[in-house]
Design a binder for this molecule. Sequence first.
Ligand code: SF4
Ligand code: SF4
Length: 279
Amino acid sequence: MREIEKLKEEILKEYPRLHKESGFTFECHTGVSCFNECCGDVNIFLTPYDIIRLKNNLGLTSGEFLKKYTLSPFDENLKYPVILLKMSDNERKSCPFVSKDGCTVYPDRPWACRMYPLGLASPKEDDEKLNEEFYFLLKESICRGFEEKKKQTVREWLADQGIEEYNRMGEYFKEITLHSFFQKGGNLDPKRVEMFFTVCYNIDKFREFVFRSSFFEKFAVDDTVKEKIKEDDVELLKFGYQWLRFALFGEKTMSVREDILEARKKELARQAKEVKPGK
Ligand code: SF4
Ligand code: SF4
């Protein structure tokens, strides 16, 4: 993890900053001499949306996917849990999804695989100018794609790789991970770490929690929303983010049911009465 922090620092200080209209020369295809070389011994952080796309591609539950294909490294400096794609236990430490013909989960490959050779940085600096998100080129020494002749802009590359939906979902995730609670040094207690993990990474378990607990007795949720989140993982994830903002940061993103609030008020009033005579 320290190496990753070091790389982040280097990127912010030294890498040329690219924007949507910046151009670069690169192409990756089955004919390059390094074909598949990059699909091994690599740290691929999975986003919540990546996990949904991959587990559905493989016909697994999120719990099964997490168990079989991921690692959740522990580091005391981490503010929230992260998930890494687990490389195979062979000499090349190959990605579990690579075959001689390429990526076997290509239509649902993770954000990081789509982005390469581009990276995206979201600096958190005091200076507003330095604070702007920017793209950068990650030039791996094994990669011969930079010797190809194809020119494109960052915008064209992103469109070609189908990144838009991933970025849209990434924006919701960033509302959690870049929240001022964390920026100001806030830490999650173990119960809230578990909440974060379940919503963000184990969506099927979150669905069970929502539909099999007293969740809907506590929160007012529209029937149309209930219908949507019953089947649709992406809608459920968006709903989960709303709930996390309520449960982790105290934002008013969920409405607690009136009758529950009333009952709570009455209970508090009753407790206050009980306390008075003993004063
Ligand atoms: S998911 Fe696909 S593209 Fe990404 S490293 Fe694995 S095989 Fe390569
Ligand atoms: S190393 Fe570069 S050019 Fe080679 S397969 Fe990977 S991304 Fe494509």
